[in-house]
Design a protein. Structure first.
Length: 282
């Protein structure tokens, strides 16, 4: 993910852009920071969009250093890239765009070491606790600063903002989407069992048919004539009518079962894997 325009504007709004070196704990007068004269430092020496010696860009602060607006923007892009990498490395759970922007702003202001505490809460699924932890970082050199309180409040507002996550690559959207009818687990088990039975029945039929040649067919006809004669004698006895009726009913039942098995197996697909749903951010 990358920082959104809203997130970037937020960071710029709190950092301001000063093209000379200043001490961030020396209050601004009439909206302007005093240039550092080389004396004792109360806070952190800063230049540009909040750049310090601890940031990624190789520019090192020294007395009398001055930069242009274009240089300040470039330095910000480099320093911000480091913060984005730190957030991506430390956070293992999904973030909305607003949550991402808030984390990058915090990391830019307080460093990856302090952000690790917030990241641990996110990774534990405690999104509410992670949001609340922003309020722990409102001091500099032991002093509670109103500016840091306002920044933490703003980052929490960013966290809450309903900014959708933008995908890294284009996504194809069909004109129409038909919602597939998902078979139940019971249906899938039935289909799977029926399919196995159909396979074995087909194999048996293929095996029997494969055994027949012209000679075997003629022999089978002769055997059939003998069988018919015996059947007539068998049927002539009244006690055997029930047996014949049972056999006919049994054959019809088998045919019905095979037909239902074939119907159940049509048009159904057995999935090979269940995909766990992606957890939603709290």
């Amino acid at each position: 993910m990358k920082t959104s325009k809203q997130g970037l504007d937020f960071i710029k709004g709190f950092e301001s852009c000063v093209l000379y070196v200043y001490d961030d704990l020396v209050p601004a007068r009439k909206g302007k920071y005093a240039e550092w004269d080389g004396g004792p430092v109360k806070g952190t020496l800063t230049i540009g969009w909040g750049h310090t010696n601890a940031a990624r860009h190789q520019l090192k602060i020294s007395k009398g250093l001055r930069i242009t607006q274009d240089q300040a923007d470039h330095i910000l892009a480099v320093d911000l890239g480091e913060c984005e990498e730190d957030v991506a490395r430390l956070v293992k759970k999904p973030l909305t765009q607003g949550q991402w922007d808030a984390c990058v702003s915090f990391c830019f202001n307080c460093g990856a070491g302090n952000f690790a505490n917030i990241a641990r809460r996110i990774n534990a699924g405690n999104y509410a606790g992670a949001r609340a932890a922003f309020d722990l970082y409102v001091k500099s050199k032991g002093q509670t600063l109103r500016g840091l309180q306002r920044r933490r409040d703003g980052e929490q507002a960013l966290w809450d903002s309903n900014i959708p996550t933008v995908p890294d690559a284009p996504v194809d959207h069909p004109a129409e989407v038909d919602e597939p009818q998902k078979p139940s687990t019971k249906d899938l088990v039935k289909v799977s069992t029926n399919a196995r039975w159909l396979v074995w029945i087909k194999r048996a039929i293929d095996f029997v048919l494969g055994m027949f040649t012209l000679d075997t067919v003629l022999s089978a006809l002769n055997i059939a004539q003998d069988v018919v004669g015996k059947v007539k004698g068998f049927v002539s006895e009244g006690s055997n009518v029930l047996v014949i009726s049972a056999a006919i009913l049994g054959a019809l039942a088998i045919r019905y079962v095979i037909g239902r098995m074939r119907e159940d197996n049509e048009g159904l697909e057995i999935p090979s894997v269940e995909v766990d749903p992606v957890p939603e951010a709290a």
